[in-house]
Design a binder for this molecule. Sequence first.
Ligand code: NOJ
Length: 730
Amino acid sequence: MTAERGERDEYPGADGRTSRAAVAKRVEALLARMTLEEKVGQFHQGHNLGDADAADIRLGRVGSAIVASSATAGNDRQERVRAATLNRLQRVAVKESRLGIPLLFARDVIHGHRTVAPIPLGQAASWSPEHVRRCAEVAAREARADGITWVFTPMLDIARDGRWGRIAESFGEDPYLAARLAEAAVRGYQGDDLGDGEHVAACAKHFVGYGAVEGGRDYNTLEVSAYTLHNVHLPSFRAAVRAGVASVMSAFCDLNGLPVAASPDLLRRILRDDLGFGGVLVTDWEGVLELTRHGVAGDGKEAARQAFLAGNDVDMVSGLYRDHLPGLIRAGRVPPERLDEAVRRVLTLKFRLGLFERPYVDEGEAARVQFTPEHRAATLDLARRSPVLLQNRGDLLPLGAGIRVGVFGAAATWRGQLFGTWTLDGEAGDVPTLLEAVRKVHPGPHEVWHTANIDEALDWARQTDVVIVALGETPTRSGEDHSVASLDLPAGQPEMLEALHALGVRVVTVVFSGRPLVLTRVVRASEAVLLAWHPGVCGGEAVAEILYGLVNPSGHLPVSLPRQTGQLPAHYSFKPTGRPLATFPQAYRLSDERDSPLFPFGFGLSYTRFEFSNLWVDPEVPLGQPVRVTVAVKNVGERAGETVAQLYLRDVVASRTRPVRELRGFERVALEPGACRQVAFTLTADDLSFSDETGTPRLEPGEFRVLVGENSSVTLEGAFRLLAEGPQKD
Ligand code: NOJ
């Protein structure tokens, strides 16, 4: 089999057994022995399988199982995975079915398995692909030890509306940041060799556009122009495909008048042909059945036909492929070549995962590899880089010795809630609370006071020097099927802060959330504000270390924070309009609200200060050549710290309207006090081009501006000219 576009000639880490040619040979040999029903069986993904499903497995009517007991596993209580149960089912498939084809076991391991990392939005705030990769690797190892071979992550939807609960699962609003983190996550989950027993197949989801559902309402319809689709929603998927992602999940929403799961244009032309994806395409939960609910298929049989012809290989849960594809093939309504193409993909994945050699999992493995000190350390490392310091009036933070501290607010004693949405296998008992963590690092001599009672808090607050108020939203307020109309904090929380503030108490607010909440009142009523997202198993500890200066905060926003809900959309990379405001770069024009967000994309403070200077840009570059940019970053404060150098680009005149600025490079920079480093960026043709509405990349000559600094509203600016060989466009 020749390599498909976008794929390497060999699978990463391939040895003789797993080389592309060797796998293809084994696939063909097996395919030749399969009956029609057995082939279709490979496409059926059951859920919550138990002994009652043994008969179907024996008949080869099940190819994979999602280990989940309900449709919205992210916010429902789920049973822990039991390796013994999975082994039992696997034994039926391997030993008792005619061809002995092993099952794939899939699970929503979204941000960690037993060792829970920050939610993906919080991971994105680290702007650290390497830490994200490492935590994905930890999750893969732990999940595989439980018998899971396929994880439904990373979610690569670009999310610009915080009302959408699933923004928690995303890498935020920016296609470039999401693309870099997508590559990192895929590499982490899949490693160099899917068959090494420590990695799993990743799944880039939800292809495509789901993040733009109207009004942020989950599952809603959406309209996105082809131009925006190509420039905003596809790049993260392209990056995942280039990184070799083994599977993709089609979205179950409808886009521009056709459910994605029924769209050959999106799934075959764009995903397969343009992006070059050659792996397994799975529907979302009941995505096939939902075609009848969308009203584009009159019955289950027609839904199965449409979804299969559109390109979906595996039917998650609906059972409609299993029930109808054999008949459709026999009736000539689905070509047999399409059938074989899809079977090849599923079998290839099973071979690559080494399942034919090692179908079972060692039932003692989980206890050995899960929640080890090493895994915890990797997670803590990421959790330390995720919280974003939004405000620090009078340098109140970090807290020092000899002060009297009170810790109030419901979130101060959260354990499992610190995990965030989509945590199926974390254990609340593993999590130190913020209060415990603060008590551990507080240097004394005074004790840290705590009360859960608001009246007591107000009373005691007068006798403290500083109160740490931990508030925000519980995980079940975000995630799938949990959108909100208002981005305000839950009722009562701002009022509590304002009451404390009115007493003249110095307030440090720690916000835990799964979305970009409106923090306008919080910022007014607090001296310092730390946005900690839902930070995972080490979150309490990471936050306490930051509050006391053991760790210098370095998270930067992966999403703009609006001043109020009605200010949406608040993302930074908007178009200039024909009547731009002079107040560059925000130009929304509302009569009752300012144009700028409360905090811009990319923003984040540190306990030290960084200065950016000496921006140098290649002044003139021939079309197709890389553009070099350098900038000096200096730590001008008194503590060691890390910042994120961000590079934004503006294409001044182009054949289509282009955003006022777009992220095109970033790098984490760690500097000792007084130290200075030159950071170099190279802008490739990919970085300088955009796609037109047909998806064709356009690299256009002319003037570009380059803006570099610590967030998306920076003004350190340079420029270069891309030279055309022929006459210039401007
Ligand atoms: C529906 C969600 O949209 C998807 O992200 C998830 O992987 C599946 N359910 C399986 O739980």
